[in-house]
Design a protein around this ligand. Structure first.
Ligand code: CA
Length: 401
């Protein structure tokens, strides 16, 4: 619901939050966990402009798990309170410069599930491997997913070590086809009782907010291992997430209807309210030899075939319990056009069409020293732009040839 916290006229006493193009204006108020450099202590904070406000006055603990468990009404009350405290005219409080803060994982993630909710991504990948029949028969009937690995989730800025693995019969070695996947993640708020599905029309009471996710993927390992049970070691060596939880409340003005389904879906997946979000997501790449990063793709989360609400309703339809702090990722966000492709596998069409970079370098897959930066933001006429911040990771060699 849109309320006074989304008012585009609202200004903060933190000047950097009022500049156009800022990711963290007072209308956003994302939450994160940080350490001030040189300090041991972990603090919970709210991003505002180039600064962080310590949220210790409202929240305790060293992770956002306690916050995530709060009922939605209490999360909304907290947003209103923080908005009042940071609004122009309110007494100024001490802040920490983001440049002096080390961001940490926002929550202890118990379980991580990765979906496959972009029909454009699923169709592109399907076309590479099954040109005549790209979409499998189940795709339009249920949100496809696999269970990922929470233990290898890392926060933006963490280096990503190139994995080794089985690459075919009798072959074990370093992955040469390392890729990124540009995704959006949803942090689960209050969970459900085992055996009690979450109805699609109540799913958002259980979603606290979103972040950016890079589901690093070793395509050569994946190709050999993925049938019949799906991704395993090609994916679970590292998954990076952005540090700021952009709340579902902050996203309210950017809610959109998703594109219609052209086949009937079962009643438990049919939502009354629009469940899509218009979030623009981008992937940027910088090699060792480049001075600055170049954008390699841009897509919109509104083009996803399945919404987070549908993903959650499906995930729990068998009674599977979700717990506060669980992470559900959308799957690669791709769109209808070439510049919307959210991973190198698609952008280079399985390596057959290398990406040419402005400095003359070409890439089919990632090389050591390559830095991938994911960004995301929401814009709509009549509202302030809000950003998701960034999810960055640099590939490091593993010492093997
Ligand atoms: Ca993925």
């Amino acid at each position: 619901m849109i309320d006074e916290t989304h008012d585009p006229q609202l200004r903060s006493w933190v000047e950097s939050a009022n500049s156009e193009g800022c990711d963290f204006p007072i209308q956003n108020l994302p939450l994160g966990v940080f350490q001030v450099r040189g300090e041991e202590r972990r603090r919970l904070g709210v991003a505002i402009g180039d600064f962080v406000l310590d949220a210790g006055a409202w929240l305790s603990g060293e992770t956002l798990n306690g916050y995530l468990e709060l009922p939605r009404t209490q999360r909304k009350d907290l947003r209103r309170e923080v908005s009042r405290v940071l609004a122009a005219g309110a007494p100024e409080k001490p802040l920490f410069a983001q440049a002096d803060c080390q961001m940490l994982l926002p929550a202890v993630v118990g379980d991580y599930t990765d979906f496959y909710a972009s029909i454009h991504h699923a169709t592109n990948v399907g076309r590479m491997f099954r040109p005549d029949n790209p979409l499998l028969p189940n795709y339009k009937h249920l949100p496809i997913a696999y269970h990922g690995r929470a233990s290898s989730l890392v926060v933006s800025g963490s280096p990503v070590r190139r994995p080794c693995g089985q690459l075919g019969e009798g072959r074990f070695g370093t992955s040469r086809e390392l890729d990124y996947e540009l995704e959006v993640g949803a942090f689960i708020g209050p969970g459900n009782t085992p055996g009690q599905p979450i109805p699609v029309n109540r799913a958002e009471e259980h979603i606290a907010g979103v972040c950016l996710v890079n589901d690093w993927s070793a395509r050569d390992i994946q190709r050999w291992e993925y049938q019949p049970l799906g991704p395993f070691l090609a994916k679970n060596f590292a998954t990076s997430i952005s540090p700021w939880l952009v709340t579902i409340e902050a996203l309210a003005p950017f809610r959109v209807e998703t594109k219609g389904h052209d086949v009937p879906i079962l009643p438990y997946l049919r939502a009354v309210e629009p469940g899509g979000f218009d979030i623009t997501v981008e992937a940027w790449l910088r090699t060792r030899d480049m001075g600055h990063a170049v954008r390699v793709s841009q897509a919109s989360f509104k083009d996803m075939y399945w919404t987070f609400g549908q993903m959650l309703a499906h995930h729990t339809s068998n009674g599977c319990p979700m717990r506060g702090g669980d992470l559900v990722a959308s799957g690669t966000v791709s769109g209808p056009d070439k510049e919307n492709r959210g991973c190198l596998l698609e952008l280079t069409w399985k390596g057959t069409e290398p990406v040419r970079l402005p400095n003359g370098e070409v890439r089919t897959f990632l090389e050591d020293g390559d830095e991938v930066i994911l960004t995301g933001y929401c814009m709509r006429e009549g509202f302030r732009r809000i950003g998701l911040g960034m999810c960055q990771g640099t590939i490091v060699g593993n010492g093997q040839v």
